[in-house]
Design a protein around this ligand. Structure first.
Ligand SMILES: CC(C)(COP(=O)(O)OP(=O)(O)OC[C@H]1O[C@@H](n2cnc3c(N)ncnc32)[C@H](O)[C@@H]1OP(=O)(O)O)[C@@H](O)C(=O)NCCC(=O)NCCS
Length: 146
């Protein structure tokens, strides 16, 4: 059994392990630390048997919720962890006007996950990512759909 709780500084070692296996251009520990200190940011982890197995980070400013990081440990994927983290974000930002995020155009798993949670492609940004260079899809959903 797992649970969702706030991310803490002591999670960083485990989080960095997940981050490095999840992304070709991973965040640095400093990037996570600065989100933990940012009053506009929320960072949650999925904890199982005392270990962080996934996490989500978003910023909420003036009714816009921007999801800026979401990843699940490789050995724990396809068990609904990302879905639970995303649902918690949407539920805890019940006052939001809309939710938005960027995703690599080739990231079928994430695009499918976001579609399932009501996100739709609203724009594309050319060469948004580096290492490797790739376009981003901007996906968004309204905050008033439940
Ligand atoms: C994308 C990611 C977060 C999904 O995490 P997860 O916990 O495995 O996702 P869930 O188990 O909640 O999956 C929910 C739905 O998303 C879709 N999905 C997830 N992984 C998929 C895959 N590999 N291929 C196709 N669809 C997938 C499915 O529709 C799935 O529902 P189903 O299992 O009932 O078919 C995970 O693959 C990951 O960490 N990837 C690397 C980091 C990343 O890309 N983050 C997003 C950046 S924008």
């Amino acid at each position: 059994m797992g649970k969702i709780r706030r991310m803490k500084e002591k999670d960083l070692e485990e989080i960095m392990g997940i981050e490095r296996e999840a992304f070709s251009n991973p965040w640095s520990p400093g990037a996570f630390l600065s989100e933990l200190k940012n009053p506009f940011s929320r960072a949650l982890v999925w904890e199982e048997e005392g270990k962080a197995k996934g996490y989500i980070i978003w910023r909420s400013v003036l009714g816009e919720v921007h999801i800026i990081n979401l990843a699940v440990a490789k050995d724990s994927r396809r068990r609904g962890i990302a879905s639970r983290l995303l649902q918690r974000c949407i539920k805890s930002e019940a006052q939001a006007s809309y939710f938005v995020l960027e995703v690599r155009k080739s990231n079928r798993a994430a695009i499918e996950l976001y579609r399932k949670h009501g996100f739709r492609v609203v724009a594309e940004i050319k060469d948004y990512y580096s290492f490797p260079k790739e376009d981003a899809l901007v996906m968004a959903r309204s905050g008033r759909r439940g």
